[in-house]
Write a new protein. Structure first.
Length: 54
């Protein structure tokens, strides 16, 4: 079992959990709000090399 990236509660990441990787819709919306308010940012520009696996 994995942990919710928002609240650290245990959560199931299978297809049955429609809010995955979050434990609930609440955590999902809180995280989305953080991105929408620009509280979270990507630290550097995305390079084409980022899409290749080693």
């Amino acid at each position: 079992m994995n942990k919710c990236p928002r609240c650290d509660k245990p959560c199931v990441t299978s297809k049955e959990n429609q809010h995955r990787p979050f434990c609930s819709e609440k955590c999902k919306l809180i995280d989305f709000g953080s991105w929408a308010n620009e509280e979270n940012i990507i630290s550097r520009p995305v390079n084409s090399e980022d899409f290749y696996e080693d």
